[in-house]
Design a protein around this ligand. Sequence first.
Ligand SMILES: O=P(O)(O)OC[C@H]1O[C@H](OP(=O)(O)OP(=O)(O)O)[C@H](O)[C@@H]1O
Ligand SMILES: Nc1ncnc2[nH]cnc12
Length: 182
Amino acid sequence: MKKPLYADYLQSHIRTVPDWPQAGVMFRDITPLLQNPKTFRLLVDTFVHRYMDEKLDMVAGVDARGFILGAVVAYELNLGFVPIRKKGKLPFLTVAEEYELEYGSATVEIHTDAVKAGDRVLLIDDLVATGGTMLAAAKLLGRLGATVVEAAAIVDLPELGGSKLIADNHLPLFTICDFAGH
Ligand SMILES: O=P(O)(O)OC[C@H]1O[C@H](OP(=O)(O)OP(=O)(O)O)[C@H](O)[C@@H]1O
Ligand SMILES: Nc1ncnc2[nH]cnc12
């Protein structure tokens, strides 16, 4: 896939914090990218540019960093936004998907009326690591009968295998930059 315009510029505003939240993790911190008004605008516009001619019905964002990006992209595309949340946060009827983390497991949930059968949905998170979160979120949308047109994130960490897992599950994935070998 061709690199988006400004991919390197945007990537240069992602801060790496070694050994956070635990030893051995290189945490890719997107807060500087959001903090700077110029990079925040370019970031949002990169997604808007990619999807503005797609026939979409909804944007779904993943708890929590996917909310920051997903809501703004939805607004700019004149679409509604639905949250996919960690377990126990949504008040109405939900469906849930459990998925494996590096250690243990986690659960994400969506309201049963968040999307309709046949809806074409753009799924947004900030980052793909093992891919478990993005795949579980896509499964929830699939269980409600929606089509995930694409899963989108700012960052791919290919060494953790998520983008391959997502491709193996036939889910289209768009990311702006990756940290292979960094
Ligand atoms: O590809 P995976 O291995 O599933 O990891 C990616 C997920 O991990 C991070 O969220 P985290 O669970 O740390 O939650 P947060 O957004 O609340 O910080 C990130 O924002 C993704 O949602
Ligand atoms: N290395 C990492 N940096 C930021 N968010 C993450 N989520 C999972 N792994 C991550």
